[in-house]
Write a protein that binds this ligand. Structure first.
Ligand code: UD1
Length: 426
């Protein structure tokens, strides 16, 4: 298994290309199930999770074709063609490796009238139940059964009627499943307290391009008038706001200056606000965002929240940055329980962080030192890389398959801006 070796201390400087958004891609790909016509997605990031999802799609009998890009380019163009779906089952073996597989439930149900998806099981950042996915699908007429570790959803003869659902908790995935099912329902559906993350806007924009009728895009109140058929489309995946925010933290902790090429500041207001409060200069430009950390870093208080609040997926990276900020910062994680697993690893590098329940108190600035570390989830792994870039000496990060799930060619991008990082066979 590979590991990353980072020798800290280099000031990052230059340009980092931002890839297509993983979390958008993972909800755009299953939209291929909604139409017999080809769906072509451009700017798909080359990531283990995307490969996994493509593999899952082929299990349903869907043809996929990769085109148009040389291996040295970032992103790729993939066409999915679901003119003949041969299986409606997402098996345990694939779902277990990739939680996002649950996102086939809604579109498969809507198109085929039935879908069977293995229950995803536990996850490193909390229980992550799927009850809201199921309740929302029931509300628009799906019948749900749980048996032998699978969710089986069926539609009444003639298809889903449509209906209303008020989400008791904002859920990105449940909103996505509900929207993907409702677009092919016979009637109108309404979703209240829907998630309005930029990835959901991206999903709705694709569905509209495919012929769906959706009102309220970008708000928490979505009205969807079902249509009989959707057509194919060619669509470019939005830039990854979490990847961009991660590299912003990486540059800032080294006192560096980088241009996040292709990042969209409109999706990153909370992260940019947090960075500015920490003392980082953030300049929004036409084709990206410039990050410059010339002065001292200051402590700040942060709380994660559904969009437009601060993304929980940015919490770990900002925490590493705050280890180098002057003063005491208080962080609150309101979305997931048990999302502080990077804290003991950061402590091994010299961080002064105390946690109590969902609160973390970070005291800084501390002198970070290299260590052997390993992380248990994607963003936690990135927080260790960020700390390592500012640490004295060498850090070895193990279990980097987490990073390969979500950061396209991480070490290459960091090398581009002067980081001393290499991937070696362990
Ligand atoms: C998505 C993102 C993930 C991000 C998260 C929150 C993808 C592939 N993943 O995950 O990176 O961290 O949004 O922005 O897009 N919940 C329930 N019941 C449900 C569903 C969720 O109680 O049926 C709870 C969760 O436990 C959590 C909260 O709702 O406390 C939010 O989770 P949710 O927005 O659904 O996260 P995901 O869609 O899984």
């Amino acid at each position: 298994m590979d590991k990353l070796i980072i020798r800290g201390g280099n000031r990052l400087s230059g340009k980092i290309p931002i890839s297509g958004a993983k979390n958008a891609a993972l909800t755009l790909i299953p939209c291929a199930l909604l139409t017999e016509e080809p769906l072509t997605l451009r700017n798909l990031p080359r990531l283990a999770d995307i490969d996994g999802f493509q593999h899952l799609m082929t299990q349903f009998g869907i043809a996929t074709g990769i085109r148009g890009k040389r291996p040295e380019d970032f992103g790729r163009v993939v066409t999915f063609e679901a003119n003949h779906i041969t299986s409606t089952v997402a098996p345990y073996d694939l779902v277990r490796k990739m939680r996002a597989s649950i996102l086939v439930l809604g579109p498969m149900l809507a198109r085929m009238g039935e879908a069977k998806v293995s229950l995803p099981g536990g996850c490193a950042i909390g229980n992550r139940p799927i009850d809201l996915h199921l309740k929302a699908l029931e509300a628009i007429g799906g019948e749900i059964e749980l048996a032998q570790g699978y969710v089986k959803a069926t539609a009444p003869d003639g298809g889903l009627p449509g209906g209303e659902f008020d989400f008791p908790v904002v859920s990105v995935g449940a909103t996505e499943n509900a929207v993907m099912a409702a677009v092919l329902a016979n009637g109108t559906s309404r979703f209240f307290n829907a998630a309005r993350e930029p990835e959901i806007v991206d999903l709705c924009n694709l569905l509209v391009a495919m012929g769906a009728e959706i009102e309220g895009i970008g708000t928490s109140d979505l009205t969807i008038h079902g249509v009989r058929k959707l057509n194919g489309a060619t669509y470019k995946v939005m830039p990854d706001r979490i990847e961009a925010g991660s590299y912003a933290c990486a540059a800032a902790i080294t006192g560096g200056e980088v241009f996040l090429d292709g990042a969209d500041a409109r999706d990153m207001q909370s992260t940019n606000h947090a960075l500015r409060n920490i003392g980082v200069e953030v300049t929004e430009e036409k084709n990206g965002i410039r990050i410059a950390a010339n002065g001292p870093l200051k402590a700040t208080n942060l709380s994660t929240a559904p969009f437009p609040g601060l993304a929980t997926d940015m919490q770990a990276q900002l925490m590493s940055l705050l280890c180098k900020a002057e003063g005491t910062s208080v962080l609150k994680e309101t979305i997931f329980e048990n999302r502080y697993m990077h804290v003991p690893e950061l402590a091994r590098m010299g961080a002064d962080i105390e946690t109590e329940g969902r609160t973390a108190i970070v005291k800084g600035p501390v002198g970070l030192t290299g260590a052997e570390v390993m992380a248990t989830d994607l963003r936690a792994s990135m927080s260790l890389i960020i700390a390592a870039l500012a640490a004295e000496g060498e850090t070895q990060v193990r279990r980097i398959y987490h990073l390969d799930r979500g950061y396209e060619r991480l070490e290459e991008k960091l090398q581009l801006v002067g980081a001393d990082i290499e991937r070696v066979d362990d």
